[in-house]
Design a protein around this ligand. Structure first.
Ligand code: NAD
Ligand code: ZN
Length: 364
């Protein structure tokens, strides 16, 4: 396995490689006390929880499981409260550890519960989706959704460690794999043109879940995220670059309704469309070149991702959503725009007219 250090106020190690979930020695080194709560969801539990719990079993350690119903619409305060109740039943002390075994939903919710139990206990992130490996498990943001909006209640609570077992991705549904690849492309788009080239050359291997290709993509993505998080742990500045494509994506997600997981675009798909729109807006503002936007779109298409706005989403309604987005401020709309492949910058006071024209052109 390969190991990276994520610096910042509370540094931690991130391990990437095959078979980490059954590595008893590595798991033991991630624990401090006698209590462990494995939080997972009802898709992941039957596939992977036994392997993990078997590797944890040793005298003196009490391990309990908390299985959530799967899905974004379960990332609620009520479910968060149930995890705290499980910690209470376990008799968890200050040195207890929460193991978050799942995608970003489990990671965010279990991480937030760990942040709150006795004002903060260790969480070890065991991401099981590609999105969680390259994005949500690194960086310390935890949250639940409220009826008023996504991720409205949360905390910064960096994990004690992250263990990304790449073999676990073999059971991931195809569509979730592609959604994770959208976030991988994002790192290339904003940090490394060479990585974009590499992704184009390895698209087939990635879609086939070739171990070497997936491990390389996860490691490189995590390295970019770790570097940014280290320099800006509380998102006061450049960490916002990671929101490339996300202002559009959040508007799409909000407009189609978060709960409609079946029909609408999922987060990664919305980010793919959002990145093409952001690149297009960048060309309209003469920051980026048309051919670079077209190559980005072609790469996303090769990875099986959507690049056009779904029919039925109205440009005016999407624009209205963006005005409400937290990235808008008094000076007008704020976007992460593309200056060249591998480079992005935060641009404030973007004209609504240019955004509207981008959205109108984006439907095809
Ligand atoms: P998810 O957790 O809902 O997982 C997607 C689906 O895949 C679920 O049905 C899950 O049960 C299933 N699944 C997970 N791993 C599997 C496996 N190995 N085999 C088979 N099925 C598996 O979604 P996600 O895309 O991982 O995460 C999305 C969430 O992450 C959102 O709530 C988002 O807000 C959050 N997020 C947080 C951050 C952060 O910095 N904290 C960053 C990005 C996203
Ligand atoms: Zn994202």
């Amino acid at each position: 396995a390969s190991t990276l250090q994520v610096g910042g106020p509370r540094p931690y190690l991130l391990h990437v490689g095959p078979g980490l979930l059954s590595d008893a020695g590595l798991l033991a080194r991630c624990l401090r006390g006698r209590h462990v709560l494995v939080v997972t969801d009802d898709n992941v539990a039957p596939l992977h929880a036994d392997r993990l719990v078997d590797a944890l079993t040793r005298p003196g350690l009490t391990v309990a499981r908390h299985v959530l119903p799967a899905g974004e619409h379960e990332k609620t305060l009520a479910r968060f409260g149930e995890v705290l109740e499980s910690l209470a039943r376990l008799g968890a002390t200050r040195d207890a550890t929460v193991l978050a075994l799942g995608g970003g939903v489990v990671g965010d919710l279990a991480g937030f519960a760990a942040a709150c139990w006795m004002r903060g206990i260790d969480v070890v992130q065991l991401p099981t989706t590609l999105l969680a490996m390259v994005d949500s498990s690194v960086g310390g943001k935890t949250a639940v959704d409220l009826p008023a909006g996504k991720n409205l209640a949360g905390a910064f609570h960096p994990p004690a460690a992250v263990l990304a077992d790449t073999t676990i991705l073999r059971t991931l549904p195809e569509r979730e794999l592609r959604a994770g690849l959208a976030e991988v492309v994002k790192y290339g788009a904003i940090f490394d043109a060479g990585f974009l080239e590499w992704l184009g050359a390895n698209a087939g291997g990635l879609l086939a879940r070739d171990d070497a290709a997936v491990t390389e993509a996860v490691l490189r993505s995590c390295r970019y995220k770790a570097e940014v998080v280290e320099r800006d742990p509380y998102e006061r500045g450049e960490r916002a670059l990671l929101n490339f494509g996300h202002t559009f994506a959040h508007a799409i997600e909000a407009e189609q309704g978060y709960a409609a997981a079946g029909d609408g675009l999922n987060h990664g798909e919305a980010v793919a469309v959002g990145m093409v729109l952001a690149a297009d807006l960048s060309t309209r503002l003469r920051l980026a070149r048309n051919e670079d936007r077209d190559r980005l779109r072609a790469l996303l298409e090769r990875l099986g991702l959507p690049t056009a706005l779904p029919a039925g989403l109205k440009p005016g309604a999407l624009l209205a959503r963006m005005r409400l987005d937290k990235k808008a401020d008094a000076s007008g709309l704020r976007f992460i725009l593309w200056t060249a492949p591998g480079e992005a910058r935060i641009v404030t006071a973007v004209s609504e007219d240019a955004v509207l024209r981008t959205l109108e052109a984006g439907a095809s």
